[in-house]
Design a protein around this ligand. Sequence first.
Ligand code: PLP
Length: 265
Amino acid sequence: MHTPPRVLTVAGSDSGGGAGIQADLKTMLALGTHGMSVVTAVTAQNSLGVQGAWELPAEAVRAQFRSVVDDIGVQAVKTGMLSSAELVETVAELLAELRVPVVIDPVGVSKHGDALLAATALDAVRGALLPTATVATPNLDEVAQLTGIRVGEEADMRRAAAAILDFGPRWALIKGGHLAAGHRSGDSSVDLLTDGTEEHWLRAPRHDNRHTHGTGCTLASALAAQLAKGDTVPQAAAAAKDYVTGALAAGFRLGAGIGPVDHGW
Ligand code: PLP
């Protein structure tokens, strides 16, 4: 009997189904893995933004993790919205006991500008969470929030990666998708993956599609799924970039605002 690789997401729920836990589980299924979830927070959310958010008690986060890890086991983990310093510290402590690849998406603010992490949690992200990461996947806003570095052009991404690596992850994947037009080479979306020695520039055609909700969650989950299947980090990052590029190209209209990327492409 075939048991697929098992991947765990520790993240928030998006009631609209486009980002968070819902995007993570769709990505994991599409990539042939069994997805499992530790819910950290519940958001009331749609294509217009986040209308409300409720954090779960640390005890509930711990209990979900124990249930999954002690019986089913995991081959890779990704984290997303962690909401507060207390949950960041709780999750960092739980991850420290695992010996599997960990992808940390240091989620700060949604595309609509809704805070998904308290400002008081940034120290815990830097000091406790990022050191547990096999790969950290900040976008340029998260780089600025965590390091103070404002990336204006591609060449600055090296400096950003070095500053993120200083917090302790094995690899940094700096997502350049938010670079302003005119500051990127050609019409491409470029990410930099580096461990401080190797450097891999991942390029994909930019899609002029406003329906991009869930891209960050999808990329981090695809990376975790590929790592669970045995890819090296550079292989997993390349596959994850391909996956998110396809999902983004197929992003569709939903509600009156920004629609989600599509996992059925
Ligand atoms: N909602 C939840 C629960 C999330 O975890 C995230 C991103 O990680 C978002 C919303 C933001 O999604 P986006 O910025 O792609 O709209």
